[in-house]
Design a protein around this ligand. Structure first.
Ligand code: AMP
Length: 204
């Protein structure tokens, strides 16, 4: 990522992130947030919802992963965060970043996507997870079978929402949203490269 704008940014250590997350940032050598991170982190640390227009390459994954990981409750036995991505490539990339930033937190991650490893992913979910990163279609299978419950999930991230429409996932997405706590009792984040009419309607 280019750091053309970063000199005017605060340091990560000034944004109230949890100590283990700051340590992970130090280990990967990130000192200052990108513009989207500087805007999103304080807002998400305060527990607010977010609608973000962001392309890949702007640092959007860390913009949501750093504050959400910082706010996780240690020892909670339920899934706390659900991240939905339209493609398996994006889900894998998000899981990589989240595991990197959250390595010292002792979290259980579940990566769920179609096409492979049905039973392996099922076993992983049955053992319990703090964070699920998933494509919608495969996760729905597990929810319908009662393998996983989302009723206590406090944070939901919808990444690349415009592509969710392009790939025909919107019905699946709405189904999964209905399995989460009601809107007022969860934190919801939506990222999209374009804020088209259909994306804004979904956000609403
Ligand atoms: P993303 O937009 O999330 O795909 O991130 C783009 C790339 O920038 C990824 O390789 C990140 O690891 C990297 N990156 C994210 N935030 C920062 C930062 N604050 N400083 C340096 N690199 C970063």
């Amino acid at each position: 990522m280019s750091d053309t704008h970063t000199e005017q940014m605060p340091l990560f250590s000034e944004l109230g992130l949890a100590a283990p997350v700051l340590k992970a940032l130090q280990d990967v050598g990130y000192e200052r947030p990108s513009p989207i991170q500087a805007a999103a982190i304080p807002h998400l640390m305060a527990g607010h919802d977010l609608l973000g227009q962001a392309q890949t390459g702007t640092g959007k994954t860390a913009a949501f992963a750093l504050p959400l990981l910082s706010r996780l409750e240690a020892g909670n036995r339920n899934t706390q965060i659900l991240v939905l991505a339209p493609t398996r490539e994006l889900a894998i990339q998000i899981a990589k970043d989240a595991e990197k930033f959250g390595a010292a937190l002792g979290l259980r991650f579940a990566l769920v996507y179609g096409g492979v490893d049905y039973d392996k992913q099922k076993t992983m979910l049955e053992h319990g997870s703090d964070i699920i990163i998933a494509t919608p279609g495969r996760l729905i299978d597990y929810v319908k079978q009662g393998v996983v419950s989302l009723h206590a999930c406090e944070v939901c991230v919808l990444d690349e929402a415009d592509r969710m429409f392009d790939l025909g996932f919107i019905k699946d997405l709405r189904y999964l949203l209905r399995k989460l706590p009601v809107r007022t009792e969860r934190q919801t984040l939506l990222f999209s490269a374009t804020l088209s009419h259909r994306v804004l309607e979904l956000a609403y």
